[in-house]
Design a protein around this ligand. Structure first.
Ligand code: GAR
Length: 202
């Protein structure tokens, strides 16, 4: 069975939905580690509550090579063979990404290839698009550029602020990530059909 590690930097709401889906038998794998690059990440407490081993590898004050060595060691010690980036806000080096090629997913809060990088919801509002959403993709050295596993689409409203749009996109993320992960691990992807969210897996 696949041993999954989830990498976070913050709240961990996507991490929590993956844990929940795994508990419900919807993910063919086990979660062996939640790792944060930030000591105070809210997701760490949620993971601990769920009884999942956690680790902190601080990125602050370290070179990228030193940081990534720490992450790689923690992943190996946990026996992880698949990695989910879930609100993990550090860019990983080409060496690290290549080592996990085909075994590392990321979720990004836009319909890639539109709006890569940061301040995604500002970008979407600025562009006056009528829909936005989220993308789960394999991680490759090209930032936010790897093969797409699935996307979920939500409306963008004229009165949206970055915060209101972010909240709508996050609901879609919570449907998409567990379904996309299940598919990548060879399972039967399942998700609730919800009004205003169109989800599609490739
Ligand atoms: C999510 O919206 C995710 O798409 C985004 O960070 C948020 C994390 O929320 N990721 C990125 O912007 C990656 N560049 P969470 O900690 O509650 O899952």
């Amino acid at each position: 069975t696949t041993k999954i590690a989830i990498l976070i930097s913050g709240r961990g709401s996507n991490m929590a939905t993956i844990i929940e889906a795994q508990r419900a038998g919807k993910i063919p794998g086990e979660i062996v580690l939640v790792l944060s690059n930030k000591d105070g990440a809210g997701g760490l407490a949620l993971a601990k509550q769920a009884g999942i081993p956690t680790a902190v590898v601080a990125s602050k004050g370290k070179s990228r090579a030193e940081f990534e060595k720490g992450v790689q060691t923690a992943l190996e010690e946990a026996g992880a063979d698949f990695v989910c980036l879930a609100g993990f806000m550090r860019v990983l080096s080409e060496d690290f990404v290549v080592r996990w090629n085909g075994r590392m997913l990321n979720i990004h809060p836009s319909l890639l290839p539109l709006f890569r990088g940061l301040h995604v919801h500002e970008q979407a509002i600025e562009a006056k698009v009528a829909v936005s959403g989220c993308t789960v993709h394999y991680v490759t050295p090209e930032l936010d550029g790897g093969p797409i596993v699935g996307q979920a689409v939500v409306p963008v409203k004229a009165e949206d602020t970055p915060d209101t749009l972010a909240a709508r996109v996050q609901k879609a993320e919570h449907l998409l990530y567990p379904a996309a992960l299940a598919k990548c691990l060879g399972g039967e992807p399942e998700w609730d059909v919800q009004p205003g969210i169109l989800l599609s897996l490739r």
